[in-house]
Ligand binder design. Structure first.
Ligand SMILES: Cc1cc2nc3c(=O)[nH]c(=O)nc-3n(C[C@H](O)[C@H](O)[C@H](O)COP(=O)(O)OP(=O)(O)OC[C@H]3O[C@@H](n4cnc5c(N)ncnc54)[C@H](O)[C@@H]3O)c2cc1C
Length: 382
């Protein structure tokens, strides 16, 4: 087992980080309120080859493994955690459409080359207003009616909902069924409507809002999986490799920025960074970030090996996002009043860290997964 990145992996990370610091960081504030700029930047991200990462090369993608993908998202998060999040979400869905589902309809597979290069975009619709942490409370359903599914219900908090060309949608397999299925729904399908965008603490350049399905009809062949719950858990495990990568990039950038700032800023006649009390805080933060990075690389390696990953992925998500939250709050204090400015980057970094603690399973849900996994080994079988 090799803990060190080779030159190829380092280059993947450095390319993403350099692009992000040069092209995303300078407009990070504008990206908050300008959806057109955000779209233009997503196009630029595509031109720079960051789409289609997990899609096999023979299908038009980059054929990256999980470690390589993680390095891209960590690098991009240095300049914009939000853009890294939006990209990984789409790349995950695109990779899943291309490779996860057995016997998928040929017509659906025809969209993969467009997904691989970012010409078309996707979204994942699981959450509803009354079912966030608990997807078993899903109410939206689809009824099979001859050769079509008729979808009914609403979804909430769907990232990229307004701009997506295609949705992977989780619904119950019939109004009274407990089984969930996953359907592929093109955005222009009759009966599908976007609901209002919600203004949030961060990331307001991207659309995160609701979807309404009112007798929305898709061909039976658009069934991606008859075991939607299993597929959703698999998709969430994938996200639990990559949201930590974003958290690590955000946290590392916060420590880098505050160290640079305190190396220049003086109090009591010397740079603040010369104080041991400050250096110790930086040391503790840097150590936690490095520990999170090791867990990230291990999780990516487990994912690449095909071994069961749920427990490790939950630890990875819990640890990295909590570290990012802790680090960004501490860095805000170290920036002093400068960090308290309305548009200070460290304020946005704190908000991204909070977002990352919530999406793809909250920190509490990760503890449930890890705690139950461990308890199962020790509790008597009933
Ligand atoms: C920016 C953003 C983007 C998102 N994008 C998407 C998307 O693209 N697609 C999608 O489907 N969803 C998306 N979501 C939804 C996200 O997955 C949910 O918000 C998340 O799963 C939490 O659900 P909830 O907000 O309803 O929290 P709730 O379920 O209401 O939970 C509230 C609080 O209670 C805690 N809690 C709940 N149950 C337990 C328990 N058993 N034990 C202990 N604590 C518990 C939670 O951890 C949380 O702190 C997005 C959310 C955000 C904020």
């Amino acid at each position: 087992m090799n803990f060190l990145l080779d030159k190829e992996h380092q280059a993947i990370f450095e390319k993403a980080k350099a692009y992000s610091l040069e092209c995303l960081a300078p407009v990070a504030l504008e990206l908050e309120s300008d959806p057109e700029l955000l779209k233009a930047k997503m196009k630029e991200i595509a031109e720079n080859g960051f789409y289609g990462l997990g899609i096999p090369t023979e299908m038009g993608g980059k054929g990256y493994n999980y470690l390589q993908m993680s390095l891209v998202y960590e690098g991009l998060a240095h300049g914009s955690g939000i853009m890294s999040f939006l990209l990984q979400l789409q790349n995950n869905i695109n990779m899943e459409i291309a490779t996860f589902y057995e016997g998928i309809d040929e017509e659906i597979l025809k969209v993969v080359p467009d997904l691989a290069c970012g010409n078309k975009t996707t979204a994942f619709a699981l959450t509803e207003s009354a079912s966030g942490c608990d997807p078993s409370a899903t109410e939206a359903y689809a009824e099979l009616d001859g050769d079509v599914y008729r979808i009914q219900g609403t979804k909430d908090w769907i990232t990229n909902a307004k701009d997506a060309d295609y949705f992977n949608v989780m619904v119950k397999d019939g109004k009274d069924s407990k089984n969930m299925i996953m359907l592929f729904v093109p955005a222009d399908t009759k009966g599908l409507r976007y609901l209002e965008n919600r203004e949030r603490m961060i990331g307001n350049g991207m659309f995160v809002g609701g979807l309404e399905f009112d007798n929305c009809v898709v061909p039976k062949a658009n069934l991606l999986s008859a075991d939607g719950f299993k597929e959703a858990l698999k998709a969430i495990d994938v996200a639990r490799v990559f949201t930590p990568a974003i958290a690590i990039g955000v946290a590392q950038h916060a420590v880098d920025s505050v160290s640079e700032y305190l190396g220049q800023r003086e109090s009591f006649g010397k740079p603040i960074l010369t104080n041991q009390g400050v250096q110790w805080q930086i040391a503790e933060m840097a150590t936690k970030i490095e520990a999170a990075r090791c867990l990230l690389y291990k999780t990516a390696a487990v994912m690449d090996s095909g071994e069961p990953v749920a427990l490790t992925a939950a630890m990875n998500k819990l640890f990295a996002t909590d570290v990012a939250m802790e680090v960004t709050v501490k860095c805000a204090q170290l920036f002093g009043a400068e960090g308290f400015m309305k548009d200070a980057p460290i304020g946005r970094a704190m908000a991204v860290a909070k977002m990352l603690q919530i999406v793809d399973g909250t920190s509490e849900i990760q503890k449930i997964v890890v705690g139950r996994g461990i308890a199962r080994q020790y509790l008597p079988r009933r």
